[in-house]
Design a protein around this ligand. Structure first.
Ligand code: AMP
Ligand code: GLY
Length: 426
């Protein structure tokens, strides 16, 4: 069989992990990444086309005679990249625009959850600031205020009291700090419990369950400090018992896929269910229509088989016969972030020690914000590297990951020392 040529869209550690895993496939001939980064350039050919440039990506896929496009980030999915690729006759892994609304609009996601009977926090949707404010005053208890549209992970305020909730409504709806994404808000009940990420790969009808993972959103140890894009992850988290996993599949994934299919907008691609475990049962916080970052790094590290048939079959609507293929029982990833992350990450700090990481068994350093400079590497974004380790136990994965982190240096480097704490405490 002729080998396949794959285009991966994105420039983070998630895309590095996807390209790295795809390269292990005996059926993959070449990987092109748009736009990629300095680490990805070490394993694949990077082409400087931005993830927002839908016509540019279609033209690239055409001129390179790409067999399958794997889309990393949500923004191009929400703006219709997969529709445009398919219209050009190019297969793509990821949902079309209508199905990507599960992430693109929080009000739409809640509507689908209600229709599908998915357990989720009670909510109300507002297009009018005055009505939203009246609702908040009336409620008089902690609420969560969410901008409807995409806000790069910054559109959610968990308000501890009425004043904070009112301030969030004002900022989103009146000041439009997130632009049009805040013209509509979802206000929901505040839930409390451990959070987990659950990924499934879908073909519109069927799905292949991947594993649960747990992200660490806060900057500092002990889940303190500001929210970030994610400071580390591990898989599997023991809080997701087989019973909870079954509930996520039967009460969330299956009814949502069925509802989307019945509406004529079947969901294909990676569905990432953001779950809070409340009283031993899953409550859905959000859907993402793509792989998580840093969750993908631990999932790809654990995956043992050829990942191409999974993505390819999902894109072609035929997942029948594809089964999960786990190899490593545990994986843990630590994000190394730049000075000033998340508010004002500094660029241009020289990165040293990456060669020494190769000596640590079971470890791979996926690149995010890195760029080539004077024969070496320097920081070029907030999240710089995701140091990912596999292990026979979570402890072993953690030891290896931190051993590797300690060999890497750049000025202002920030990392959490407690990734996996919820599972490693005992
Ligand atoms: P989302 O983008 O909807 O997942 O929200 C971002 C973060 O806000 C989540 O990871 C949770 O930590 C928090 N969050 C969202 N919805 C709720 C809720 N209903 N109750 C408590 N926390 C929430
Ligand atoms: N790790 C959370 C996300 O990718 O949205």
């Amino acid at each position: 069989m002729p080998k396949k040529k794959i285009l991966v869209v994105g420039s983070g550690a998630r895309e590095h992990a996807l390209a790295w895993k795809l390269l292990q496939s005996p059926s993959v001939g070449e990987i092109v990444v748009a736009p990629g980064n300095a680490g990805i350039a070490g394993i694949a050919r990077c082409v400087p086309v931005s993830v927002d440039d839908v016509p540019g990506l279609v033209a690239l896929a055409r001129s390179e005679a790409i067999d399958l496009v794997v889309v990393g980030p949500e923004a191009p999915l929400v703006s219709g990249l997969v529709d445009a690729l398919e219209a050009a006759g190019i297969a793509a892994f990821g949902p079309r625009r209508e199905a990507a609304r599960l992430e693109g609009s929080k009000a739409f996601a809640k509507e689908i959850m209600r229709e599908a009977g998915v357990p989720t926090a009670g909510f109300a949707v507002f297009d009018d600031a005055e009505a939203a404010e009246a609702y908040v005053r009336e409620a008089g208890r902690p609420l969560v205020v969410k901008a409807d549209g995409l806000c790069a992970g910054k559109g959610v305020v968990v308000a501890k009291d009425t004043a904070e909730a009112l301030e969030a409504v004002r900022a989103m709806m009146r000041e439009r700090v997130h632009g049009d994404a805040g013209a509509r808000v979802v206000i929901e009940e505040c839930l409390v419990g451990p959070e987990v990420s659950y990924h499934v790969v879908c073909d519109g009808t069927r799905y292949v369950p991947l594993a649960a993972a747990q992200d660490h959103k806060r900057l500092l140890d002990g889940d303190r400090g500001p929210n970030t894009g994610g400071m580390g992850a591990y898989s599997p988290p023991p809080v997701v018992t087989p019973e909870i996993e079954r509930a996520i599949l039967s009460r969330v994934v299956e009814p949502v896929l069925e509802t989307m299919r019945a509406r004529g907008t079947p969901f294909r691609g990676a569905l990432f269910v953001g779950v809070m475990v409340v009283d031993g049962a899953p409550q859905v916080l959000e859907f993402n229509v793509r792989f998580g970052d840093p969750e993908t790094e631990v999932l790809m590290a654990r995956w043992g088989g050829d990942v191409l048939p999974l993505f390819d079959a999902a894109a072609r609507g035929d997942l029948g016969g594809i089964a999960p293929a786990w190899d490593a029982p545990h994986a843990l990833a630590v994000v190394l972030a730049a000075h000033g992350y998340p508010t004002a990450p500094r660029k241009g700090d020289r990165i040293e020690g990456l060669e020494a990481v190769r000596e640590v068994p079971g470890v791979v350093a996926f690149h995010a914000g890195t760029r080539a400079s004077g024969g070496g590497l320097e920081t070029a974004g907030g999240r710089v590297l995701t140091v990912t380790a596999i292990g026979a136990s979570l402890e072993e994965a953690a030891e290896r990951a931190y051993l590797a982190c300690d060999r890497i240096r750049f000025d202002g480097m920030q990392l959490r020392r407690d990734i996996g704490w919820q599972a490693r405490r005992s």
